[in-house]
Write a protein that binds this ligand. Structure first.
Ligand code: CA
Length: 161
């Protein structure tokens, strides 16, 4: 069975690293209070998690001085962010409701294997290059059925010997 490289990291760790990365990219820094409001968690629970992530080597945290991601932490954050972008684009092309996309992607991004993600990206690129193919899929099933029934020939009665 193919194995995913690297240790198993929990979805919550990945989400933390992703948010911290986004904050640092956007504002230049990430404070516990920023992470708490971004993830909608209490400050004490964010502090505890950040200390844990420090012990695990994903970031460096110094009270009053803020935090920085280590190379290892940044790599995981980037990986999740990339997945987030690809999956969001994929479901957006499929015209899924925006709120549903946000919810689905938040979960799927942690669980999809790299191999499946790669194939999904190929499909995404294909649809972007061939929008007519995508439209065929997106036609409501009723329209599809009507169209095919106009073309369909009436059923022929079974022949008897
Ligand atoms: Ca998530």
């Amino acid at each position: 069975m193919p194995q995913e490289p690297g240790p198993i990291i929990s979805p919550s760790i990945e989400d933390y690293l992703e948010r911290i990365y986004e904050l640092i990219e956007g504002k230049g820094y990430a404070r516990v209070s920023d992470i708490a409001s971004a993830l909608n968690f209490s400050r004490p629970s964010v502090t505890a998690m950040v200390q844990r992530l420090d012990r695990l080597g994903f970031l460096r945290y110094e009270r009053y001085r803020g935090l920085t991601l280590t190379a290892k932490g940044r790599e995981i954050a980037r990986r999740i962010q990339r997945r987030h972008v690809i999956l969001t684009e994929f479901f957006t092309l499929l015209q899924i409701d925006r709120n549903l996309i946000a919810r689905d992607v938040e979960g799927i991004e942690h669980h999809l294997s790299s191999e499946s993600l790669e194939r999904l990206e190929l499909l995404l690129e294909y649809w972007k290059a061939h929008p007519a193919q995508l439209q065929l899929i997106l036609q409501p099933p009723t329209a599809r059925r009507k169209k095919s029934s106009t073309k369909a020939t009436p059923p022929t009665p079974p022949t008897r010997p």
